[in-house]
Design a protein around this ligand. Sequence first.
Ligand code: CMC
Length: 371
Amino acid sequence: PETAAPVVAKGLAGVVVDTTAISKVVPETNSLTYRGYAVQDLAAHCRFEQVAYLLWHGELPTDAQLSQFLQQERAARRVDRSLLSLVAKLPDNCHPMDVVRTAISYLGAEDPAEDDDSPKANRAKALRMMAVLPTIVAADHRRRHGLDPVAPHAQLGYAENFLTMCFGAPPAPELVRAFEVSLILYAEHSFNASTFAARVVTSTRSDIYSAVTAAIGALKGPLHGGANEAVMRDMLEIGDPALAAAWLRNKLARKEKVMGFGHRVYKNGDSRVPTMRKALGDIAAATGGGVWLRMYDVLARTMYEATGIEPNLDFPTGPAYYLLGFDIEVFTPIFVMARITGWTAHIIEQAESNALIRPLSEYVGVPQRAL
Ligand code: CMC
């Protein structure tokens, strides 16, 4: 007798593949918690480094733990000349995500303890990747503008140091804070595609650098991290808030997806958006970028009226990063600088309670035949 065809969960939608103690997404209440803390509370009260520590250790650091952590992170920011010259050899027109992916792969190649996957070793490697990513992203950003790299600063916080390395001088404190809020909101998001990719690689007992390299590849796509870039390209194409509603309706009439809207898990709004919309407002006020804020509001309202679909986090971060002065291609590498914390927390968790991830497929090709 024929057996019934198995149910195929296309895109793994709705499938629970493992347990995790790192973050929790509750679609019904649109809430997101990291280790039990609401993400908007962390964004309001913590610096990014505290959130990194929380994700890796399960608890917020004490003052003594934080000062040691800050010191370790700041001491690990420099990259050696060979890495900088390697990335400088990449084609000028390659995507900055290719640079970041190559740099992490290189860090693995030069680490003699690459294969040590104990939690302690993985946490040290995670800290090193977190510390050097801003140095690499900033150096690449400046190289594309014909500028020499600015060395990392040993006394500045993670966000302020990065902005200083990119632009040569520390920006206003409210801009630093708004940027830091975006990093906290981007830090972790349960089993999203890139985190799952990292866990798949880790499940084979491959090393943490390989897992992060795979995660960067997954994040690059426009349906995931690349959406913030697409949002800003759309906004520049529209150009004027007065044209935004018609642009959006035309797009929907052509059955095209509007980047920065919708979410696989949140169907009634993304809990991170109100906090980031406020940070965008702060950046727009400080930089004279009110036009993008007005366009944001027209697009969000028109989309909601037409479809009931709400923006996701990539919608406010697109114009926020643009107003801070970043080239559009740098938006997703910034996402990497934040999500490195969540990815590596998941890699450590996967390595500690591992089972090889190996799903099944339903064969629909040609039946077996004679050769
Ligand atoms: N624009 C227009 N229609 C949309 C959109 C959108 N952005 N998102 C969902 N829909 C419609 C979709 O056309 C479909 O309609 P119908 O049932 O009539 O075919 C319905 O809503 C369900 O959409 P879906 O694509 O089947 O849902 P999904 O859970 O597979 O998609 C998504 C989630 C994020 C891939 C999708 O919303 C999307 O493509 N959004 C645009 C890209 C984007 O902003 N991505 C960032 C995601 S959040 C940050 C991150 O995790 O990186």
